[in-house]
Design a binder for this molecule. Structure first.
Ligand SMILES: [Zn+2]
Length: 214
């Protein structure tokens, strides 16, 4: 069974998560944006074995600690989709822009595409490509657990920003309708920032994408 724990990191309180399979105790760190010690503390407390890092997109607050964690645990990096390579290459510039400590560039061992599967222990997650906030943004979905890692695509009552390079509002709205709103209403999702919500709640009341506005 899938277990997870949210670990808000960086001044942006990004929802890094520790996701694990409780039969194998194998874990992935999703979006390690920073605050390595906080992430390490959660790993120590749960006693899980980190086997990979999963990334939704290349923004600093989601990936800032990736190189350091990959080295510390000697594990591969999976995601995002290749179109976000320019964000990862631009990490030093992002750090300067947001007044973060210097961060290292890295190269994922595996770029992800629509329909790919990623595994964590015995758990399998489906990859859905959701461009708009960034061009290579992916989300991770477990049909069995009715759970989605939505990154900065959809939030409780809001949607991702699209005013960054290669961001596009219409593309984001399309991604949400095609890849997220096609999931069951009861699907719970972990957004990149803020509280969890469900797909159904956002379809009913999200002022940017609710059904009545579509
Ligand atoms: Zn972002």
């Amino acid at each position: 069974m899938l277990q997870f724990r949210l670990i808000p990191v960086t001044p942006f309180q990004q929802n890094c998560s520790l996701l694990w399979c409780d039969s194998s105790q194998r874990a992935a760190v999703v979006d390690p944006g920073g605050d390595v010690d906080k992430i390490q503390a959660a790993i120590d407390e749960t006693g899980v074995i980190v086997e990979k890092i999963l990334l939704t997109h290349g923004h600093l607050d989601h990936v800032g600690a990736t190189a350091e964690m990959a080295r510390r645990f000697d594990v591969p990096i999976e995601g995002p989709q290749r179109e976000d390579a320019f964000w990862i290459q631009g990490l030093p510039m992002q750090a300067q822009m947001f007044n973060f400590p210097a961060v290292e560039i890295f190269e994922p061992q595996r770029w992800l595409e629509q329909g790919d599967k990623v595994t964590v222990g015995e758990i399998e997650l489906e990859v859905r490509h959701c461009p708009g906030h960034t061009p290579g943004h992916v989300v991770f979905y477990s049909a069995q657990d009715g759970l989605l890692w939505a990154g900065d695509v959809l939030f409780q009552g809001s949607i991702g920003r699209t005013d960054f390079p290669k961001g596009d509002h219409a593309t984001l709205i399309e991604s949400i309708h095609r890849e997220l709103f096609s999931l069951p209403d009861e699907t719970r999702f972990i957004p990149g920032h803020g509280p969890m919500s469900t797909i159904g709640a956002e379809r009913r009341s999200n002022p940017f994408v609710a059904d009545r506005y579509g």
